[in-house]
Design a protein. Structure first.
Lengths: 312, 244
């Protein structure tokens, strides 16, 4: 379990993190989203006990990260940004070092190391110096050290950065497998990842929480939520027909692929009406789709509105 | 304690994971031998002692210890592993002490490997081995003091070259604290008490006292306090600067 109360970090005059409060229970993966420099990493560094908050507090499984730092660090696994590790060590030496510091010993130690090596497919590179490994392997070594002690709380700062699509898929699957009994926080700016792993998303910009909801809820805030898009050979006629449907607020044509999108008036559903209108007019449609909403658009709307407000 | 040992083992083995450790040891032994035999006139003096050997240690350490210590924290900061190390369940003090002790042990290994000179002098004559043992202890303590300074300065920067140069300068000042070069700088304006205090900080004077064969408590306390002070300063600097 993680709970932060008005967590704040100032660097001189800069408010990197400005009063972030949230509570997270086991079994759920929280995604931290935000533009670069939004305060995601700083927040994670404070929860992981690397940086001391300027004010506010963070509690991990009942242990305050400042007053009871060692106990909090014991129950926590942390993958810092960029997955740093000691380059001259081999993955085996590195994992053994972390296991020793984590207080694992005897058969348990060997068994845990074998388990994470298995989970992250590190068998082939166990005896090579980490600095000679590819970026994907380095990231997986970093993940392995974060979970070697089977922590109750996991903080992963951009766990899939630099991985190829297959590796990304594997890491997401790993996070999902770990999720059922652990409290996990993942930061990312890959929005598809939010759908793949997160049950809850917090959008941060300029150190503040701008949105805190499930990915599906965030999508309903999109202009594209319940919109209908289609491609047709007869673009002009299709546009004409769509504009006349009662609940359609606007129709847009993509300048590149000439795809039409009809946006509904707030709270209305237009898919059936659009379909009927097209058939009534006899307009041939090669493809027709109901949009769920676009996270990237919601993300832009939320974070840029905030940025403009700050500039004004 | 076990955490200090774990950090110590990792750090010490990392020295030997690269050729740097072997290069360092070879250079140390070569220079120590060269100085002893050519500059120190080991044979020509015709005396069975190791004074010509130990007399050059402060000057050897002036460059070689900063070379060992420069990577202690600056490399952790540069590679980002400092974030990993300090989010493991260990205290700052355990991390600082573990890393320092590993570097100190490494220098100790290099020092022990100078044993052929001890065998040589025992073969050629009958030296006072008590004095030689005291000199080894003094030399090792002095290396520790140099290294603690290196640890602190290494924590200030992520650039190892900067750490090396600054450490050499600070160590040079401490080495010569009892000599006119440094004292004249202060005696013009500082009260006599301050000048005396600075002269009491000289590594050379304390080392010379021990290598005469008299291991006095005040010299041991001096080196112990110096090491403790600079390690404490290391911890403070790391804490202050870990955010950048």
């Amino acid at each position: 379990m993680i709970e932060t109360r008005q967590l704040t970090k100032h660097y001189g005059d800069l408010k990197a993190v400005d009063g972030i409060s949230f509570k997270l229970e086991p079994g759920r993966v929280l995604g931290f989203l935000g533009p670069n420099g939004a305060g995601k990493s700083t927040t994670m560094k404070m929860i992981a006990g690397f940086l001391a908050p300027t004010s506010g507090s963070a509690v991990v499984c009942g242990h305050d990260v400042v007053d009871d730092a060692i106990a909090a660090k014991r129950v926590l696994g942390y993958l810092p940004e960029g997955a740093p590790s000691y380059g001259e060590m081999t993955p085996r030496q590195f994992l053994e070092f972390v296991a020793d510091v984590r207080g694992l010993s005897g058969a348990k130690r060997g068994q845990r190391i074998d388990d994470v090596v298995e989970r992250l497919h590190l068998n082939g590179v166990l005896e090579q110096p980490i600095e000679t490994l590819s970026k994907g392997f380095k990231r997986r070594v970093g993940l392995a050290q974060a979970i070697v002690h089977d922590p109750q709380v996991l903080i992963l700062d951009e766990p899939t950065d630099g991985l190829d699509p297959n590796q990304k898929h594997e890491v997401r699957a790993l996070i999902n497998r770990l999720a059922h009994d652990k409290t996990i926080v993942v930061s990312t700016h890959i929005l598809e990842e939010v759908h793949a792993v997160c049950g809850r998303a917090i959008i941060i910009a300029n150190g503040r929480i701008l949105a805190d909801a499930t990915p599906a809820e965030l999508e309903t805030r999109s202009r594209y939520h319940q919109a209908v898009s289609l491609t047709s050979a007869n673009v002009a006629a299709a546009k004409e027909a769509l504009s006349r449907v009662a609940d359609v607020a606007a129709v847009e044509i993509d300048p590149q692929d000439h795809r039409l999108t009809a946006f509904p008036k707030p709270g209305r559903q237009i898919f059936v009406a659009v379909n009927q209108a097209l058939q009534a007019q006899g307009i041939a449609v090669s493809e027709l789709q109901l949009e769920g909403g676009r996270l990237d658009e919601v993300f832009r709307t939320i974070t840029q509105a905030k940025a403009e407000e700050a500039r004004a | 304690m076990s955490n200090i040992l774990t950090v110590f083992k990792r750090e010490l083995s990392s020295y030997f994971a690269t050729p740097v450790a072997y290069v360092f040891i070879v250079i140390f032994l070569l220079l120590a031998g060269t100085f002893t035999f050519y500059l120190g006139n080991f044979y020509e003096r015709g005396q069975a002692d190791l004074l010509p050997f130990f007399n050059f240690h402060p000057w050897l350490y002036l460059f070689l210890v900063p070379a060992v210590g420069m990577r202690l924290w600056s490399e952790e900061r540069k590679s980002g592993t400092i974030e990993l190390l300090l989010t493991l369940p260990i205290t700052m003090w355990q991390a600082v002490a573990g890393k320092f002790l590993a570097a100190w042990a490494f220098i100790g290994i290099a020092l022990v490997l100078t044993f052929p000179i001890w065998i040589t002098v025992n073969y050629l004559g009958s030296p006072d081995n008590g004095v030689i043992l005291a000199s080894y202890i003094g030399s090792f303590l002095m290396a520790g003091a140099f290294l603690a300074i290196a640890s602190c300065i290494s924590a200030c920067t992520r650039n190892q070259v900067v750490a090396f140069i600054l450490t050499v300068v600070v160590c040079f000042a401490f080495l010569l604290a009892g000599f006119p070069l440094v004292l004249d700088f202060f005696s013009a304006w500082a009260p006599q008490g301050v000048v005396d205090a600075i002269s009491g900080l000289s590594f050379l004077n304390h080392f010379a006292a021990i290598s005469r064969g008299v291991v006095q408590l005040r010299d041991l306390i001096y080196f112990g306090l110096t090491i403790a002070f600079w390690l404490y300063a290391s911890a403070v600097v790391i804490d202050l600067k870990k955010a950048d």
